[in-house]
Design a protein around this ligand. Structure first.
Ligand SMILES: [Zn+2]
Length: 421
């Protein structure tokens, strides 16, 4: 085993330049979501690379999903490196969609440049370096020519940033990832090379619509402003809910530490006349806002939902003319890998060997595709482990250090060696 591990680590070192170049090439395919650009190109690029590395390659277009269109097809790719026997596979999954670049970059976001020991660009950390680490960890196992029992699968999937319904959820619903054929799933999201991530907080999105009465803007006292009503609710959230959330703390090691408390964010708000249009003097009769409530395992979804409803009822009862509608948009339950999952111990050993220090066991503040693996595929053994800093994800000047990329590749390769032997 030690000899095998040495050979695998030597193989990783020899692949460093290729792994960096692959990451750069992935960044240069601007798979921006929304709307989901260049997915088919990216799936094909990953598939061609995997085919060159001896994988059987399948493409899975989520063609029954409404977001799969001719202009923006939802194409997933799965490669399989066969093992000696037909045991359940060890499956590495990475999403290849990225969020829009946004403003404030000091480099071109889709040029995939290397500077100061880092690969720069949108998706560098979240999670194209992670995909590269998965691909080259498996390739190191193959080139080291070590005995391998279980097959290794690598999937590149779409739409994680928008919920993953055409990606990992779709593969799980169609049993391509399933308890009887998938022994474990490893997701190289950018949690940092010394952290093993064993789950995430819950998500509850709801939309509140306030309704007022239109009137002349010069005599607002004759109408009811839906924007003022929404403002009353926002003030209530600030005064009542936020202090309550700040006082609740999970016992689980969620990172960063601020995320050990539940949070609420207003994703968007819109009311009255579009601000870019021609203005007329009118009192807004409609205002809508979307709220993103992140909850703790200990809180439980039903209580979280009822708390939001009670808050709205409170405001309604004390604000004259407060009329509203509330709609649930999305619920993701908290997910957690069982403490005794052998996957955790495997990664602890691999990380100790590569980095010479103990792994931190963490949970993610945000959700990722783990939820679909656990709830739809029914595979309990799932961890996230990958290169890059979570703090840089979705930010301008997103980047991933090459040292991180290679250390994560080493850890993944040693974990694969142990899991497939
Ligand atoms: Zn991600």
């Amino acid at each position: 085993m030690t000899d095998d591990a040495d050979r695998v680590l030597t193989a990783v070192d020899a692949l460093a330049d290729e792994a960096v170049a692959f990451t750069q090439d992935l960044i240069r395919i601007p798979t921006v979501n929304p709307p989901g650009e260049h997915y088919a190109d990216c799936a094909r690029f990953i598939g061609d690379t995997l085919a060159g590395f001896g994988h059987d390659v399948e493409y899975h277009a989520a063609d029954d999903r409404p977001e799969h269109t001719a202009a923006h097809p939802r194409v997933n790719v799965v490669g399989t490196l066969r093992g000696r026997d037909s045991r359940p596979a060890i499956h590495l999954n990475g999403h290849f969609d990225v969020v829009p670049a946004g403003e404030g970059w000091s480099v071109e976001p889709f040029a995939g440049i290397v500077r100061d020991g880092c690969i720069w660009g949108r998706g560098a950390a979240d999670m194209k370096a992670g995909l590269a680490a998965a691909v080259f960890a498996a390739e190191a196992i193959r080139r080291a020519d070590v005995a391998r029992g279980a097959p290794i699968e690598i999937s590149g999937t779409v739409d994680e940033e928008s919920g993953g319904l055409a990606g990992v959820a779709w593969l799980a619903e169609r049993k391509r990832i399933a308890a009887d054929r998938t022994g474990a799933v490893i997701i190289p999201e950018p949690l940092g090379v010394d952290r093993i991530c064993v789950g995430h907080r819950g998500v509850y999105w709801f939309e509140l619509e306030t309704r007022g009465r239109i009137a002349h803007g010069s005599m607002p006292f004759q109408g009811v402003s839906a924007i003022d009503q929404m403002t009353a609710f926002l003030a209530h959230v600030d005064a009542e809910l936020r202090p309550r959330l700040a006082a609740r703390t999970t016992a689980l090691p969620v990172i960063p530490a601020e995320a050990r408390h539940p949070t609420i964010n207003v994703n968007g708000i819109s009311g009255g006349q579009p601000v870019d249009g021609i203005q007329t003097p009118c009192v807004a009769d409609r205002c809508r806002a979307v709220f993103d409530r992140r909850f703790l395992l200990e809180e439980g979804f039903e209580a979280v939902r009822e708390e939001a409803r009670a808050l709205i009822r409170d405001v309604a009862s004390r604000t004259p003319g407060f009329e509203y509608d509330v709609t649930d948009l999305l619920v993701v339950h908290p997910t957690r890998t069982p403490d005794d999952s052998p996957l955790i111990a495997t990664f602890q050993r691999a990380l100790q060997r590569v980095l010479g220090r103990d792994a931190a066991i963490v949970l993610s503040p945000g959700t990722y595709d783990h939820k679909h693996v656990a709830r739809i595929a029914g595979v309990p053994h799932c961890v996230a482990y990958g290169p890059g800093a979570l703090e840089l994800a979705h930010q301008p000047d997103e980047r991933c250090s090459i040292d991180d990329l290679m250390n994560a590749t080493r850890v993944l390769a040693l974990a694969l060696l142990e899991l497939t032997v």
